[in-house]
Design a protein around this ligand. Structure first.
Ligand code: WT7
Length: 651
């Protein structure tokens, strides 16, 4: 047992490969030298007001702010007294430049249809729709639920809300009617924007039907606006439901942006905790916008001639920050894709990269693991030479998955930015700068300027290099959440009480001798084997480094002697697996990590239970490993049939 703290997490991952940024990339990067980065970081730490105050000049203000930062954790305010509008900053201000005719949004529908909106087009559509919302009685401060497929109207709706000062609450289009109702009620939404249906793997996702069902339980919602996307037959209720295209026909294209305070709410986004009802993470205007704008510029190295594609859904924070607000505030071209990565074939993403000559590609480890399983022949069929930068977010990426991404997609030529952040942080917090930071597979590397993270014990003491502990943030940052909507007490308790005086992220991490951060997963997932606290991520990475394994999830189960035993759910690249492979895998992990991490059980599975955003739900696997019949809350589970199949898996 490590001797520095009883609750430390042991580090067993041995990864020593280092990839410096390619020289030609570094020569043209937005941030070019390690010195420049280190100076920025130090300045932001020592003088956050000076640092952020200067950067804030990159936003367009209707009235300057009086104070950069007021208060401290948990109640902070940024840019008090300042007045601005987020939509104006993402759209209007580009119209007085050459960008007025630049593509703002390039959209690809699942069936292969496509649309391009130049900044002028986006401005016109957003203004018209803002007027539509006003005519239906939506005003500043009102909450609007948006439940839509990934079509341009989704981005237009988001920006139109921001324009009139309405608070948007985007609910991912894969959620159920009950989930929509719960979020409508928590936010007390006045209006909901949806579509007849969306396309997903060639099938219609009946969004309007779900809205109808949700409205039986959502008394605050008065009006519904419906985009016609698939042409599906839907019920339209008189004086409640309106077609988007009919309302837009007569709407004026002139709409002054509402003058908003820096700290006025911009949006609510619900994120599910492991228990209890979803948390309404609230972000405000100026700090969020500045955070997403600057991190897009630093991390994605956005240039005016780039075509940038983030594959997330706008229903998640990644889509809010890095499809809509961050890229558009920079005047970038952002690509939106409606459908699944494997429809009509497993090469769909690469086909899109080739079609639009995508330069910057940002996706999630769950997608990368799927690409690995589908095989290299898919990306090999397409011309990926336009790519210059790759990104990942959402979960720790296993070093072998990182290497695959680097080799097969990046052709060993593109830097990879592994970006750690959360719905709550609003913007990327820890990440390489692609022209500066040497990368290590599996590490999100170093904090961005303005971010002061630490790895601490439960008492809040900094831990030495390579000791695993709790990841915290020590200083306020502009894009942090301000509260949980309607439950400030839960906000204080969840994020600021676990480790006094600091923001507690809920993740385990270690920092190595070079100051690089290695995220070890959620602290709730940590195993305790014979008194050794082990990170699931590290054992999973050892499994994934075996050539037969596509993905793995590791959980503990009650063990008479060890306290917790190690149970591994393993998905193979092909075939069924048997006793011989089981023994091989146990031996492989033992060799890679050591005897302490030798798996007690290897269970072969066809798929793992995942959330809608692709995170592995280890909580459910723990129930299965422990033989519990009744598993916990499954409302965020993507595919229910996975559970039944897993129960059948055994040693
Ligand atoms: C949690 C936040 C932030 C956008 C998408 C997820 C995990 C996120 C990484 C990364 C290791 C990561 C953490 C975090 N996570 N990015 N690069 N490496 N873990 O947002 O749904 O709010 O989830 O995702 O556990 O706490 P979210």
């Amino acid at each position: 047992m490590a001797d520095h703290a009883a609750d430390a997490i042991e580090n067993v991952l041995h990864e020593s490969r280092v990839f410096p940024p390619p020289a030609d990339f570094a020569a043209r990067a937005n941030v070019r030298s390690l010195d420049e980065y280190e100076q920025m970081w130090q300045r932001a730490k020592d003088d956050p007001e000076g640092f952020w105050g200067e950067l804030a000049a990159k936003l367009d203000w209707f009235q300057p702010f009086e104070k950069v930062l007021s208060g401290g954790f948990p109640d902070v305010k940024w840019f008090e007294g300042g007045k601005l509008n987020a939509c104006y900053n993402c759209v209007d201000r580009h119209l007085s430049t050459w960008r007025k005719n630049k593509a703002a949004i390039i959209w690809e529908g699942e069936p292969g249809d496509s649309r391009v909106l130049r900044y002028q087009d986006l401005h016109r559509e957003v203004c018209k729709f803002a007027n539509v919302l006003k005519e239906l009685g939506v005003g500043k401060g009102d909450r609007v639920t948006i439940y839509m497929p990934m079509i341009p109207e989704l981005a237009i709706a988001v920006l139109a809300c921001a324009r009139i000062g309405a608070v948007h609450s985007v609910v991912f289009g894969g959620f159920s009617a009950d989930a929509v109702a719960e979020r409508n009620n928590d936010a007390q939404s006045k209006l909901i924007i949806t579509a007849d249906a969306g396309w997903r793997r060639g099938k219609e996702v009946p969004l309007k039907d779900a809205v109808d069902e949700s409205l039986e339980k959502s008394p605050t919602v008065e009006k519904v606006i419906v985009v016609e996307r698939t042409g599906r037959d839907v019920q339209m209720v008189q004086d409640r439901d309106y077609w988007w295209h009919e309302l837009m026909e007569h709407a004026s294209a002139e709409c002054e942006p509402e003058v908003m305070d820096a700290e006025d709410p911009l949006f609510i986004l619900y994120t599910s905790g492991s228990t209890g009802h979803p948390k309404g993470v609230l972000h405000t205007t100026a700090g969020y916008l500045l955070g997403t704008m600057m991190t897009s510029y630093w991390v994605f190295d956005l240039k005016d001639d780039d075509t940038y594609w983030c594959t997330a859904d706008i229903g998640w924070i990644t889509g809010h920050s890095y499809i809509v607000y961050g890229p558009l505030a920079n005047g970038a071209t952002t690509l939106m894709y409606e459908g699944a990565p494997n429809w009509p074939h497993e090469g769909r993403f690469w086909e899109i990269v080739e079609k639009y000559r995508v330069n910057i590609f940002y996706t999630a480890p769950t997608a990368i693991r799927a690409f690995i399983k589908w095989g290299e022949e898919w990306p090999e069929r397409y011309d990926l030479s336009s790519l210059r930068l790759l990104g990942t977010v959402g979960e720790p990426i296993n070093p072998e998955a990182w290497m695959w991404y680097h080799r097969v997609i990046g052709k060993e030529r593109c830097p990879i930015v592994d970006t750690w952040w959360q719905t709550e942080t609003g913007a990327i917090m820890i990440s390489p700068l692609p022209g500066v930071t040497p990368t290590k597979p599996g590490s999100c590397t170093r904090p961005l300027p303005g971010v002061v993270p630490d790895v601490v014990s439960k008492e809040g003491t900094s831990l030495p290099a390579n000791a695993g502990g709790y990841l915290v943030i020590r200083q306020p940052w502009p894009s942090m959440l301000r509260t949980l909507y309607g439950d400030h007490e839960r906000f204080v308790k969840t994020y600021f009480s676990e480790v006094p005086g600091m923001y507690f992220a809920g993740d385990g991490a270690r920092r190595d001798e070079d100051g690089y951060f290695w995220i070890m997963g959620r602290v709730d997932d940590v195993l305790n084997v014979s008194g050794h606290r082990l990170s699931t991520m590290e054992i999973e990475s050892a499994l994934v480094s075996h050539p037969a394994v596509a993905e793995a999830a590791v959980v503990g189960f009650p063990h008479e002697i060890k306290g917790e035993g190690i149970c591994c759910f393993v998905v193979l690249k092909e075939g069924e697996g048997g006793d011989e492979l089981r023994q091989q895998l146990k031996e492989h992990v033992r060799k890679q990590i050591g005897a302490i991490a030798t798996p007690d059980q290897i269970r072969f599975a066809v798929a793992l239970p995942k959330t809608r955003s692709g995170k592995i739900m280890r909580r459910l696997l723990r129930d299965i490993a422990a033989g519990r019949e009744q598993v916990g809350d499954t409302t965020t589970l993507e595919d229910y049939s996975v559970l039944a199949k897993l129960r059948e898996s055994s040693e």
